[in-house]
Design a protein around this ligand. Structure first.
Ligand code: GDP
Length: 461
């Protein structure tokens, strides 16, 4: 590992009360020292704070505070200095320029965290968790990321991996004594362990659906005939949290997603562009567009105007949109306009026509009736994805894939045992399983994977 000294802005690039620049590497102290005459840095203790001017030659650039972290007790395990300056982007730029003049170089994306990983301070899943913590936008994603940062997934897996490693050693010992036909590794115990590993892997794999909901939000499509009340409902749903609603410009020009938070989980309301201006939606966008919307959705909220008489078009529409794994919520809207017997009848009509399971909610967006029921229903969709026994949740595609490969490999080992395969081949399959399990924590890795992970970080992380 190259321990040349790197520097980067660690805070967001913009005006703030303070900004922080990180410097890390073998020469971090002498490089900063060139611009910090106030104190002899090499005489200072680790984890101390130092006040003074940051100089570019004779010129004082800013009044700063230095935090000193000496190897190995720093984030990267290298000598590190954090420079807190007055948060002007211009000052930040001048300090970085001066540090580079003094012998540092700009860090690459994720390079601080990469060093922390390479130097053994954190494992790979923890490095990834740092990116997730920084990116977390709600309670659920923050909790999962912090849990992973504490070593959640790795702890679960490395215990099993260590047990498996013991077996591999025994089996390899058998290979050394091949002529004597001895069996050091108890096959029944090995099978028991493999069952345990399989169970764990399966439950982690299953948690990915919940992990995905946490990380990316649950996609909700609101569909209904023109005038069914879609935009009114959208406004009612978003009203209370206007302040935290964000518009995400999608890939296509007119795709707009608004995000609704319910009990700490994010719900992405898919393509609400048309809803804002009471466009005659189904006619204007057509069934094809509605299908596209629903294709990307986890939940379909279908609105039917309770004040109308004929629901055959609604039923047809729903049936053309349904998918096995789609959660369907049918809302009878505008119930303030009709008497209860009428909206009860509406429910019966849908119950008789649609066999797919659905929840039926009667709402009035104008009078804010039962909107909370709808929110609860959305929220319960995410809650039921949460597995009771698993407090570690997989949110990362790479982990998901490694877990699946591990599971396949474990299956192969089990099969190998059951057909009493040769010890050589059994050892090979076991090694394969170990390798995949090790990929998650980074115990087994390659440069390409690392490059791919860390290039997604931003500079300064
Ligand atoms: P969209 O075309 O599906 O987006 O429907 P809108 O939300 O624009 O609503 C169409 C009309 O129905 C508007 O005049 C709304 O004020 C009215 N409307 C929507 N929801 C309700 C409701 O819950 N109660 C009543 N009485 N009118 C509603």
């Amino acid at each position: 590992m190259n321990n040349d000294t790197i520097c980067a802005l660690a805070t967001a690039n913009g005006i703030g009360a303070l900004g922080i620049i990180r410097v890390s590497g073998d020469n971090a102290l002498p490089i900063v020292q060139k611009s910090f005459p106030a104190k002899k840095l090499e005489k200072q203790k680790s984890h101390t704070l130092h006040y003074g001017y940051f100089m570019d030659g004779e010129e004082a650039i800013d009044e700063v505070m230095l935090s000193l972290f000496l190897a190995p007790k720093s984030f990267t395990t290298e000598n590190s200095v954090e420079i807190a300056f007055h948060g002007s982007p211009h000052i930040g730029k001048r300090i970085l320029e001066t540090l580079i003049k003094n012998g540092a170089r700009m860090a690459k994306a994720g390079e601080f965290t990469l060093r922390a990983f390479i130097n053994g301070r954190i494992d790979l899943s923890q490095a990834e968790a740092i990116a997730d913590v920084i990116a977390s936008e709600n309670e659920a994603s923050r909790k999962v990321a912090i849990n992973q940062l504490k070593g959640g997934i790795t702890n679960e897996i490395s215990l099993l991996r260590t047990d498996l490693l013991n077996f591999v050693s025994l089996i390899e010992l058998e290979l050394d004594f091949a002529e004597e036909d001895v069996e050091f590794a108890d096959r029944t115990a090995l099978k028991g362990l493999l069952d345990k590993i399989e169970l764990k892997l399966n439950s982690l794999i299953e948690s990915f659906q919940y992990g995905n909901a946490i990380k990316n939000g649950t996609a909700v499509a609101i569909i209904g005939k023109p005038n069914a009340g879609k935009s009114t409902l959208l406004n009612a749903l978003l009203k209370e949290e206007r302040a935290i609603v964000s518009n995400i410009a999608g890939t296509t020009r007119d795709t707009i997603e608004e995000v609704l938070h319910i009990k700490g989980h994010a719900f992405r309301l898919i393509d609400t562009a048309g809803l804002r201006d009471t466009v005659d939606e189904i006619e204007a966008i057509g069934v094809k567009k509605a299908k596209e919307k629903v294709e990307n959705a986890d939940i379909l909220v279908y609105l039917a105007d309770a004040a109308t008489e004929n629901f055959s078009e609604d039923i047809e529409m729903i049936q053309s949109l349904l998918r096995e794994d789609l959660k369907l919520i049918i809302c009878a809207t505008k119930i303030d306009e009709v008497v209860p017997t009428q909206y009860e009848a509406v429910e019966d009509i849908f119950r008789n026509a649609i066999t797919h399971e659905f929840d039926f909610i009667k709402i009035s967006a104008v009078e804010n009736q039962n909107i909370q029921d709808l929110k609860n229903e959305l929220s319960s969709y995410v809650e039921q994805l949460k597995s009771a026994e698993n407090n570690v949740v997989i949110t990362n595609q790479r982990h998901f894939e490694a877990l699946q490969k591990s599971l396949d490999a474990v299956d192969k080992v089990k099969e190998a045992i059951s057909i009493q395969i040769s010890t050589e081949l059994l050892a090979y399959e076991l090694r394969n399983a170990l390798e995949h399990l090790g990929e998650i924590s980074g115990e087994v890795t390659n440069d390409e994977v690392l490059g791919n992970i860390f290039s997604k970080f931003c500079i300064g992380k």
